[in-house]
Structure formats: C-alpha cells, structure tokens
Design a binder for this molecule. Structure first.
Ligand code: C2O
Ligand code: CU
Ligand code: CU
Length: 461
C-alpha cells in the first residue's frame, strides 16, 4: 500500500499527468475504445473460423499501418467458451510466414496447446478442438513460434479467450460483453504521425515503447452505463510492466487473477501487471460521470522510488452515459471457493532460475525435454525470477510464498504468470498430458527473451 500511495501523489504533477507522450503528440482528442467482436461458442453455428491475416490498421483515421490480425486488422475476436464444453476452432494462416496459436492460461493437453511444435504453415488450417474443463477465467491467445513471437504479437496477433462456468454466470457480476464486461488489452507502441512504428529488424533485449494503446485504440474513451463496470485487464505488452490506478484515487475492486475468481474481492489503490498477466477489476460508475485510468511505466528493476519517478500516461477514460441502461449487478461477498493446495502433499520440487537470457543456465533447445512431470501430482516450484515474468503452460498455480512471505489477499487466486521480483514458491498440479512430441513450455513472458531462448519444455505423463 505504501507504493500505491506514492504513485498517486507522484502522478498528480502537471508534467506527469499530460495525456500524451512524444510519439503521439500530434493526435488530438479521445477515440472510442475498440471492443473486439464476441464469438460465443455456445451460440455459434459450427466451428469458429479464424483467419490469421495481414492487414492495414488505422490507429488514426486516414493513416494506415501494416499489421497482423485474427479476422481483422489488429487483435482478434473474443471467443467465449464454457466449462465442460468443447470449443471447435479452425485457424487458417493467410500470412506468408508460419505461426502457432497458443491458448495462454488454458488447461488443455499439449497436443492442442499451440506451442512451438504446432506450426501452421502459410495456407494451412489448424483445426483444433479445445476441451474446456477449467473454471471461469480471462485467458488469451497469441503466436508462440520461437524467434517470431515478439514480432507477430507486436504486429497485432492477440485475442481473448473468456471462460464461463455455472458459478460465474449465477453470481450476478457484470457480464454483458461490451456494456459492463469489457476486455482491456494493454500494450505499448511507438507512433509517428499516427502510424505505428513496425517491430525493429534488430530488436533490443526487451522492447519498451512510449505510447499506450488499449485494444489497439489510441487514447480511448468508453461510454458505460451508470453501474458496476468489470474490466478484464490483460498486459499484452512485449516487455513492459505497468501499474494501473484511478486518477481520482478511488479503488480498483479486484475480483479475479489469471485462472479464476478470487474467493473475495479486494479493494486496491493500484495494480501492477507484468506481460502475460490478467486481472479482473470492477469500477463502480453508479455515482460518477467519468474516471480516468492511468498507467505508470514501471522501470526494469523497479523499487518504490523508481515507481515514483516513472513516467505516467493516460490509459482509458470511462464516461457514464444516461442513454445506456443501468445494469443490476453486484459484487457478492463470496465469489469463489478455492481449495487450497497443501504444501505437505507436494512430493516433487523443482527450481527455475531465470538469469542471463536462460533458465537454469540453458536456453531452449527444441530437441531437449528439460523436465518430466507426473500427471496429477502436486509439485512445488521455486522460481528465482529476477526481473523476469515466469509463465508455464497447462495449469494454474497457487502462490505459496513471495520472497518468503505469504501472498497478499489479492494474490491468493489461480495464476499462470508471475513476476515476484525475487523468489516465488508456487504449488501446482497438471491434469492433462503433454507428450514429447507436443510438450508444454515454461518461459519468461518478455517476448524478446522468449524468442532468444529463455524457455524450456516439459512433458506431463
Ligand atoms: Cu503467453 Cu507460452 O505464453
Ligand atoms: Cu501460455
Ligand atoms: Cu525475461
């Protein structure tokens, strides 16, 4: 909480609260937030067709940027799936380069996980059935080919997979997509005269840029009903960590981590997010005309002091509109029941040391399986992450400790990506198989680091 208070103070200086940084200085005014099309697997007729394609995207009207997108010019449709049901998708690669489509956060077998082995060559279709067994959660899909992940995501390849279950549908949480239940993909990019600067041919170790876009929209505003508004936040940046807060100092009511709802909502002054992480928050707009969400660009190795002097930028304005019907939603006292793992039941422990662009001193080798995990067995993983966000495929974990301390209430939920800035101990169990042919990955989620081989493979059998 100390850090959060410092942030709020620091950001009210006139210089810092300037809405624009240099690369979009010429862009004036707000743009309506782009809401990706929703495809609901339950009501959709037949398989969901998604083309992976080149596009021309207008971040600013009349000025086009060459981009990549799923069914469009930037990002992709939000695909809603349901616990206990299969989702059938056909991804067709219309680009001139290979790709894969990984479901980040999905608990699905290795053979449908979309890792580097599941290449979709140009002109090919990947016909995939995702058996959804996990609970309600906000997940996402993106390319995962080693060497080109960063570039492809940067050009626009990312989309949301939302999972619903009985609990999430009955709770009374805001759940009208695009009205009071909003996907928020946060990325940083560079713009010149309204045109996005393409991914560099010789990229830096981690690409950090100066301008925030949300769902591909520059300086976005969203009209919302005077109700509780649920934001499904995704840090979709290549390398940047953000800290998000309300300009009026009001609370972000956190209801979910990556893998599901928290047991109870937690009011926070700000939320830090590393690449790949998701958080669901609720903002009460019932008695407000508007509120601005801002982000602090966190420095590579930040301390609370760094946070205070880090640049801050406008992220999203929410504006209530009397034309939109007030929604009757609540934040129930109990959101979920999370069966805690018992560390004493963990028979296997492993450690992962993220350092020097390698994990445990080795870089990704497609021929090498780095770890072999037993199906259904509880394990403790010790992650010495340094400044790197660690992510693994195939399951969600519970945090046992962060730098020796028990997790804060807002971190006591299911997660699949973590950046403890130090050491985290996590408890996890894999309930799906991943063969030698189609193993799961663990890696740093700074996409440049992943591309450079800060990744390993594991089987679950
Ligand atoms: Cu979001 Cu292995 O990736
Ligand atoms: Cu993943
Ligand atoms: Cu890294």
């Amino acid at each position: 909480a100390g850090v959060a208070t410092a942030v709020v103070t620091a950001t009210f200086s006139p210089k810092n609260s300037h809405a624009f940084l240099s690369s979009q200085d010429d862009i004036v005014g707000f743009n309506p937030l782009f809401i990706p099309e929703l495809i609901d697997s339950r009501t959709h007729n037949g398989p969901i067709d998604v083309s992976i394609q080149n596009g021309q995207h207008e971040f600013v009207a009349g000025r086009t940027t060459p981009t990549l997108g799923y069914n469009g010019s930037y990002l992709g449709p939000t695909i809603r799936m349901y616990q206990g049901e299969d989702t059938h998708i056909r991804f067709t690669n219309l680009m001139k380069e290979p790709t894969t489509v990984h479901g980040h956060g999905l608990h699905v077998p290795g053979e449908v996980d979309g890792g580097p082995q599941l290449r979709i060559e140009p002109g090919e279709t990947w016909d995939v059935t995702l058996p959804i067994v996990q609970e309600a959660s906000t997940n996402w899909y993106h390319p995962h080919l080693m060497g080109t992940t960063a570039k492809q995501v940067h050009a626009g390849l990312a989309g949301f997979y939302l999972i619903e279950d009985e609990n999430s549908q009955l709770l009374g949480l805001p759940n009208t997509y695009g009205l009071d239940d909003i996907p928020i993909a946060i990325q940083d990019r560079t713009f010149k005269n309204g045109v996005m600067t393409p991914y560099p041919t010789s990229p830096p170790d981690d690409l950090r840029e100066d301008t925030i876009i949300v769902n591909g929209t520059l300086n976005p505003v969203l009209e919302v009903p005077p109700s509780l508004i649920r934001l499904r936040l995704l840090n979709g940046a290549n390398a940047r960590a953000f800290e998000i807060y309300r300009s009026d100092g009001g609370p972000l009511i956190k209801i979910a981590t990556e893998g599901g709802l928290l047991e109870q909502a937690v009011k926070l002054e700000s939320i830090k997010m590393s690449p790949g992480e998701r958080n669901e928050v609720i903002i009460d707009m019932s008695a407000m005309d508007e509120v601005d969400l801002k982000v602090v660009f966190l420095a590579k190795k930040y301390t609370s002091l760094n946070t205070m002097i880090a640049p801050t930028q406008q992220m999203l304005r929410l504006k209530t509109s009397s034309k939109l019907e007030k929604q009757n939603t609540t934040v129930p006292y109990t959101l979920n029941h999370i069966q805690p793992y018992n560390a004493d039941d963990a028979l296997v422990s492993r450690s992962f040391d993220l350092e020097d662009m390698a994990i445990n001193g080795v870089k990704m080798d497609p021929e090498v399986i780095n770890e072999q995990v037993k199906l259904g067995e509880l394990e403790i993983w010790t992650i010495d992450s340094g400044r790197h966000p660690f992510h693994m495929h195939g399951a969600s974990f519970q945090i046992l400790s962060i730098n020796g301390k028990a997790p804060a209430p807002e971190d006591r939920g299911w997660k699949d990506t973590i950046n403890p800035r130090g050491q985290a101990k996590i408890l996890l169990r894999f309930n799906h198989e991943a063969s030698k042919q189609y193993p799961y990955m663990y890696h740093c989620h700074i996409l440049e680091h992943e591309d450079m081989g800060m990744m390993g493979q594991f089987t679950v059998t």
